[in-house]
Design a protein around this ligand. Sequence first.
Ligand SMILES: Cc1cc2nc3c(=O)[nH]c(=O)nc-3n(C[C@H](O)[C@H](O)[C@H](O)COP(=O)(O)OP(=O)(O)OC[C@H]3O[C@@H](n4cnc5c(N)ncnc54)[C@H](O)[C@@H]3O)c2cc1C
Ligand SMILES: NC(=O)c1ccc[n+]([C@@H]2O[C@H](COP(=O)([O-])OP(=O)(O)OC[C@H]3O[C@@H](n4cnc5c(N)ncnc54)[C@H](OP(=O)(O)O)[C@@H]3O)[C@@H](O)[C@H]2O)c1
Length: 461
Amino acid sequence: MNNEMGNGRSAPSGPSRVCLIGAGSSGITAAKALHERGIPFDCFEKSDRVGGNWVFANKNGMSSAYRDLFINTSRPRMQYSDFPMSESFPDFPHHTHIAAYFRDYVDHFGFGEKISFETSVEHASRREDGTWEIQLDSGGIRLYDALLVANGHHWLPRWPEPAFPGADTFAGEQFHSHSYLDSSVFAGKRVVILGMGNSAMDISVEASYVADRTYLAARHGVWIVPKYMFGRPTDQFPDHAQMPFKIRKRLKHLVLKTYTGSPERYGLPKPDHRLGDAHYTASSRILDRISHGAITPKPNIESLAGSQVRFVDGSTVDADVVLYCTGYKISFPFFDEDLICAPDNHIELFRRVFQPDIPNLFFIGLLQPLGATMPLAEAQGAWIGEYLQGRYALPSPAKLRADIAADQAAMRKRYVASKRHTIQVDVNDYLHALAKERRAGVARARSSSGSGSFVCPPVRT
Ligand SMILES: Cc1cc2nc3c(=O)[nH]c(=O)nc-3n(C[C@H](O)[C@H](O)[C@H](O)COP(=O)(O)OP(=O)(O)OC[C@H]3O[C@@H](n4cnc5c(N)ncnc54)[C@H](O)[C@@H]3O)c2cc1C
Ligand SMILES: NC(=O)c1ccc[n+]([C@@H]2O[C@H](COP(=O)([O-])OP(=O)(O)OC[C@H]3O[C@@H](n4cnc5c(N)ncnc54)[C@H](OP(=O)(O)O)[C@@H]3O)[C@@H](O)[C@H]2O)c1
């Protein structure tokens, strides 16, 4: 197949059969999996460097990192299995360390030349014969046998929908955490921050040192997990996927409640769920700042008018800035919506990777883990590599569908209903289940048993 049409720059010289969109932490580990298996691929990256979200003020305009961002999943939990982070890094490194780590990973495994930088995929469509037609911002169109999508899901702001009554009349400034760079914007101002996720925790702490007043508003309570407990990173406490989930959950809940007490003790809303039933909110500093009176908890915003913010309990404050830390939308701007979309962040995939109707389309890092994303993206990349080599066979379409339905039902049962809990996974459970599925799929491929199972035709190398 001639895989080049039009006037694309950086034309590949050989047969490139797999296209990978994005060289953030998910894209690079998928690229490494393809590279070490000898599967030819082209990776297109909008930015001038790898690292995605972890490149502060990234040229791609998509990073949500702020100047003082530190990871909230500890170093050993975040690193890839075969490339440890430097021992010289702290337990929770700064974004500059993390971005450097991703650069080093690519250099170490030696696939950097397969990434076309400052090249954006504008459109991806699938022909009748299954070939992917990839249109680049350069105007070129290329054809591929398979498509891997690693475009990230924390770059398109989710503003409150609908906007709060009177938001258009508010005299001060309103912005979303995606645009937040550093606390200088809050100096001497009265600030209302909305949300109880990690962005709201970090940013309200930062604001509290420079703002005239900092209010933290929330519509739901959450359990706030300190980064350290009993002298060690909290996410390094043992968590065995083999132990029944309910017991693990109870134990963790009990330990946290004993350690920090209930959020209500600090004036925060009472959580309507147990620890583990919502995405992890980690902060060692927020409760301290609240207890010093530097941050005042408030319930949800009801409306805005002039310079006033009214809360649902009827109280009002004067404010200069309202910052919405209200999360992100999953989006694939390069797909036609009738092919792939994620309304309200819902997208049905087999184990968050395989689109059940399109056997040559895969997603990497499209999950929200209770833990770090990188080891999961690494396992997903290896899984896709096996599949593209024909060594792994999917279950039959009926089984795929049943698995997706069961997974969705389990997620609905387990997590608080919210647009932020649509792609949620537990790291250890996910890795454990994925390893099991990979073994089953390798056995299916070997026996070709698959009455109805699908074996990907090996990508020509
Ligand atoms: C403030 C913040 C802090 C976080 N902290 C943590 C943490 O401590 N631990 C953790 O595990 N996770 C954390 N996360 C989650 C975060 O999503 C992951 O850490 C990680 O960035 C996911 O990597 P990714 O490669 O999937 O996406 P991204 O990092 O977003 O990378 C996507 C890449 O795709 C490229 N791209 C997108 N569209 C195109 C296109 N059309 N053409 C070409 N290239 C394209 C982008 O340029 C980018 O380089 C945090 C998220 C935020 C917002
Ligand atoms: N230091 C770090 O490592 C760090 C820092 C920042 C972010 N992150 C990561 O980045 C990702 C995004 O985090 P995030 O905090 O930006 O978003 P998030 O986790 O999606 O949290 C959004 C928050 O906004 C609330 N919210 C949404 N819409 C609302 C509305 N209309 N009215 C009132 N409240 C509303 C949500 O409440 P409900 O629960 O009621 O929906 C939730 O509390 C997460 O993976 C997070 O872990 C990490």
